[in-house]
Design a protein. Structure first.
Length: 151
């Protein structure tokens, strides 16, 4: 756990380290929590970082619209906060697993596409060979027919 005194410092810490979750108080000095959340969502490195905002209920809709994963109104019970953190971290773990599965599937699809391309090339060669063989057989058949007619 790392505590930040300001939104700019929080952004710097978030981009420099790999965090599992950000817990943001809407009373962050210098930059609004919504602006901070927009910055987090706008960065490729932190776009998927789970974020819980803490504050007054009147800002909840704006927080969810900006991409907050959860909102907890102040004052709050710490056991409720702990339960929400556990839920969000569990969901993030499931999402990470899905991303890994998707990457594995993408790799398998790419490998199958390569195999399919190779099979198509082999099929084209086989068709060409078959056409040549059929032409040769027709030629031999025609030559044999000419020999029979001449004899």
């Amino acid at each position: 756990m790392v505590l930040s005194e300001s939104a700019p410092q929080a952004l710097e810490l978030l981009s420099a380290r790999g965090f599992d979750l950000a817990l943001i108080d809407v009373l962050t000095p210098e930059i609004s929590a919504i602006h901070l959340l927009n910055e987090i969502r706008g960065s490729r490195d932190t776009a998927d970082l789970p974020v819980i905002l803490l504050g007054h209920a009147d800002r909840a809709v704006a927080a969810f619209s900006a991409g907050a994963d959860d909102w907890l109104a102040k004052p709050f019970a710490f056991d409720v906060l702990a339960a929400r953190i556990d839920r969000i971290l569990a969901r993030a773990a499931r999402i990470d697993e899905l991303k890994r599965s998707n990457l594995a599937l993408d790799a398998r699809i790419a490998a199958r596409a390569i195999e399919l391309g190779e099979a198509k090339a082999e099929l084209a060669v086989a068709r060409t060979d078959r056409s040549r063989l059929m032409a040769s057989i027709r030629g031999l058949h025609d030559a044999l027919a000419l020999q029979r007619n001449a004899a």
